[in-house]
Each structure stands twice: as structure tokens, then as C-alpha cells.
Design a protein around this ligand. Structure first.
Ligand code: G3D
Length: 180
């Protein structure tokens, strides 16, 4: 992963990027974040709310939290949206039952003015589990083709092995190039 990051570092250039990592609890967000940051010294900001974690690595600023199940805190989350370049939505591809909640939350976020212009990367995680939904299935359930006002990309991955994660970040890297 160190090499991966060296490549990404070049890809992202010198500009600062804020990346929100979100998804339901148990989707694999923490595993993904720590796969990205493995072997790297990172600066973790003190947690502001009990469900929000912030990590800074070079010019990347990650904000991570769970969506769903925490209605009372949800209003405060939009305060973290400001200045977000990319939204990473992590989906547990084995969790068919809660995909509807994920969908609702995704569209709620996309309709937020502060996230206007942010690119959306959807990780279809846990592809190693037999019977999990494919990236295409998740894309269909989430009706991603209806999203016209945000760039989006769906990527199959397995956070445990790291498979697919780099391809997802490559898409983000390419998007940053398109913007400049
Ligand atoms: P969260 O931060 O979104 O809540 P976590 O999710 O990163 O804590 O992961 C929740 C559980 O899913 C963890 O298992 C983790 O190991 C597992 N997990 C994450 N990614 C994958 C994956 O790609 N494949 C499989 N099979 N499991 C994954 P535990 O048992 O520690 O709760």
C-alpha cells in the first residue's frame, strides 16, 4: 500500500482534497480507511462527535461516519460537507435488506447544496463473500444511472485483501485531473 500511496500522491498533486467516507455501520469503512493508510503515519483529529472520525494524510483529509440509525446526530453531519471534493459510499454487498436505507441516505446527501459538484465513488465491498451482490446489481438497486449532476463510479472491492480499492482511488485521481 505504501507504493500505492506514492502513486496516488503524484496523482493528486498538491491541492487539498476532502473526502467523506460514509455508509451503514458494518459496511467496511474503517477497514477501507486503514487499508489506505496502512504503514503511513497519519494525523487524526480529535473526534468532534462520537460518530465522526477525521484523518489527515498529506493533502488528503478524510472524514468518516456511519449513515443510518443515528437520526439525532444526522443534522450535525451536514456541517462536515463543506468543501468536500469526493464522497465515498461503502456498501456491504451482502446486506440486501438495508440497501434501501443506503439508497435513501445517498440521495439525501446528493441533494445537499454543500455536496454539489462532489464526485461519488461507491465501493461494493465484501465481494469475497459468496452470494454477495455484484457491483452491477448494486448500481441497479441504487439507480445510479439516474445521477446526472455528480460524477459517479461504482467499484467492486474486498477491503480485507485491498482488492479493488486502488482502482477506486484511481478513478478519484482521474477526476481531480479533469477538474484542473
Ligand atoms: P464500519 O467501519 O463500516 O462499521 P468495519 O465497518 O470496517 O468495522 O467492518 C465491519 C466488519 O466487516 C468487520 O468484521 C470487518 O472485518 C468486515 N469486513 C470489512 N470489509 C470486508 C470484506 O471486504 N470482506 C469481508 N468478508 N469482511 C469485511 P468484524 O468481524 O471485525 O466485525
Amino acid at each position: 500500500m505504501g507504493l500505492v500511496w506514492a502513486k496516488l500522491w503524484k496523482m493528486f498533486g498538491r491541492e487539498e482534497y476532502k473526502i467523506i467516507i460514509t455508509g451503514l455501520d458494518n459496511a467496511g469503512k474503517t477497514t477501507i480507511l486503514y487499508q489506505f493508510l496502512m504503514n503511513e503515519v497519519v494525523h487524526t483529529s480529535p473526534t468532534i462527535g462520537s460518530n465522526v472520525e477525521e484523518v489527515k494524510w498529506r493533502n488528503l483529509h478524510f472524514v468518516m461516519w456511519d449513515i443510518g440509525g443515528q437520526e439525532s446526530l444526522r443534522q450535525a453531519w451536514s456541517t462536515y460537507y463543506s468543501g468536500t471534493s469526493f464522497l465515498i459510499l461503502v456498501v456491504d454487498s451482502t446486506d440486501r435488506e438495508r440497501l434501501t436505507i443506503t439508497k435513501e441516505e445517498l440521495y439525501k446527501m446528493l441533494s445537499n447544496e454543500e455536496l454539489k459538484g462532489s464526485g461519488v465513488l461507491i465501493f461494493a465491498n465484501k465481494q469475497d463473500v459468496k452470494g454477495s451482490m455484484s457491483a452491477a446489481e448494486i448500481s441497479q438497486h441504487l439507480n445510479l444511472t439516474s445521477i446526472k449532476d455528480h460524477g459517479w463510479h461504482v467499484q467492486a472491492c474486498c477491503a480485507l485483501t485491498g482488492e479493488g480499492l486502488y482502482q477506486g482511488l484511481e478513478w478519484i485521481g482521474a477526476q481531480t485531473k479533469n477538474r484542473t
